[in-house]
Design a binder for this molecule. Structure first.
Ligand code: 4BW
Length: 174
């Protein structure tokens, strides 16, 4: 798992203070709490995992251990790959392979005091970001759609809250 690192933080351009503050007002709204996040256990079989994914309607979900610590993420394509033979699928193997054998362990994870810049940056590449506490226990996820809802709100109300005047020379136009 890729932890939030200081060099990465510094590499990211800072979001304007006022916009960041407005977005962070919705912080609680865009964090889907762990109890509402579909997940599978590390020792579950792929057969069980496929049922959970199918019933939840998601393509990728977090993998947890017995102490609710985040251990990986599991996708439908990864399950299908695991039962793909040279010429055919062998779906009988679903009951013999565990989630742990197939899950992805390289993915970004942030702590509860995450920086907004970091989340925005990571969501370009990833559909959701897992948030954990210091012990690695899943606290929730931030998804693209929840953050977009927050961004949408800022786009609608920002100019009604602030007087904006164009600078003579904007750095963006240089
Ligand atoms: O069951 C669904 N309900 C709703 N309301 N929307 C869904 C559902 N399934 C898919 N969607 C939509 C969302 O807009 O399709 C997008 C892509 O789904 P995904 O990736 O490929 O399964 C969804 O975009 P999103 O809300 O920004 O979510 C991004 C990703 O975050 C999802 C899924 O991998 C994960 N995710 C979201 N909510 C989750 C969840 N994983 C577990 N539990 C949840 N509650």
């Amino acid at each position: 798992m890729t932890e939030q690192s200081s060099w990465m933080k510094e590499a990211l351009a800072l979001i304007g203070e006022k916009i960041a503050a407005m977005l962070m007002e919705s912080r609680e709204d865009f964090l889907i709490p762990a109890e509402k996040v579909a997940n599978v256990g590390i020792r579950n079989t792929l057969e069980h995992a496929l049922l959970v994914l199918t019933n939840a309607g998601y393509t990728v979900i977090p993998v947890l251990d017995e102490e609710s610590r985040l251990r990986g993420i599991l996708s439908i394509p990864a399950i299908i790959r695991a039962v793909t033979g040279v010429e055919a699928f062998d779906f009988d193997k679903l009951g013999d392979i565990t989630v742990e054998e197939v899950m992805t362990t390289e993915f970004p994870v942030l702590k509860e005091d995450f920086e907004l810049e970091m989340v925005l940056h990571l969501l370009v590449q990833h559909a959701f970001i897992c948030i954990t506490d210091e012990d690695g226990v899943l606290q929730g996820i931030v998804t693209r759609s929840e953050l977009l809802k927050g961004t949408n709100r800022v786009a609608h109300v920002f100019e009604s809250m602030y007087d904006i005047t164009k600078k003579e020379e904007s750095p963006i136009e240089r």
